[in-house]
Design a protein around this ligand. Structure first.
Ligand code: G3H
Length: 249
């Protein structure tokens, strides 16, 4: 089965109402390949989700940047998967390295979150990736395999999962992984899925790359056989996000 190219824009903790409207206008006016060719999902902060959903063109979709690990209740400051479903938000990003590092989200916690979000009908962009120290010590594959295993331990149906490989050292640093580095990890991850989860899932799950993707480096990365798209941070706030979407073709 062909894997449809996927481009996610993670706006992180950025934007005012006016800035958000401006980004949406740019996206709405952009001429990009059709939805048959590329799936585009943008992820504003929680407070702008409904605004963006209401203004955004219908062939693009929205994602939350996080959700609570189980059913809502007395969890001050959290947003539940049920709430996202209630608002008609189809996607959620889970396990971003900023949350893993700053909020101590463990592999197991991320696995539980992915499973719970899927059980409520959300689609999940699940993030994994090694730190610079881990890469330099030669443990990249062990780290991403452990992160993926914690998800695989809790998830049986991968239809609604996109795996985002985001090396921590490349996030927001301007130091993008080379196409060969990205391809190597994506290919190894697919092999890991093949051996540990199943051949069909390994062949069909989209593995996207994130970490300093921009309008200038996206085409070469997109040309790698196991790179099925991108999760874009900084550049998703700029007009060059449109060029990144166009790299799908
Ligand atoms: O979720 C997106 C990643 O953290 C990449 O961010 O494109 O600003 O490096 P970046």
């Amino acid at each position: 089965m062909a894997r449809k190219f996927f481009v996610g824009g993670n706006w992180k903790c950025n934007g005012t109402t006016e800035e958000v409207k401006k980004i949406v206008t740019t996206l709405n006016e952009a001429e990009v390949p059709s939805h048959d060719v590329v799936e585009v999902v943008v992820s504003p902060p929680f407070v702008f989700l409904t605004l963006v959903k209401s203004l955004l063109r219908s062939d693009f979709h929205v994602a939350a940047q996080n959700c609570w690990v189980r059913k809502g209740g007395a969890f001050t400051g959290e947003v539940s998967a049920e709430m996202l479903v209630n608002l008609g938000i189809p996607w959620v990003i889970i396990g971003h390295s900023e949350r893993r590092a700053l909020l101590n989200e463990s592999n197991e916690f991320v696995g539980d979150k992915v499973a719970y979000a899927l059980s409520q009908g959300l689609k999940v962009i699940a993030c994994i990736g090694e730190t610079l120290e881990q890469r330099e010590s030669g443990s990249t594959m062990a780290v991403v395999a452990a992160q993926t295993k914690a998800i695989a331990d809790k998830v049986t149906n991968w239809d609604n999962v996109v795996l985002a490989y985001e090396p921590v050292w490349a996030i927001g640093t301007g130091k993008v992984a080379t196409p060969a580095q990205a391809q190597e990890v994506h290919c190894e991850l697919r092999k890991w899925l093949n051996q540990n989860v199943g051949a069909d899932i390994a062949a069909s799950v989209r593995i996207i790359y994130g970490g300093s993707v921009n309008g200038a480096n996206c085409e070469e990365l997109a040309g790698q056989p196991d790179v099925d798209g991108f999760l874009v941070g900084g550049a998703s706030l700029k007009p060059e996000f449109v060029d990144i979407i166009k790299s799908a073709t």
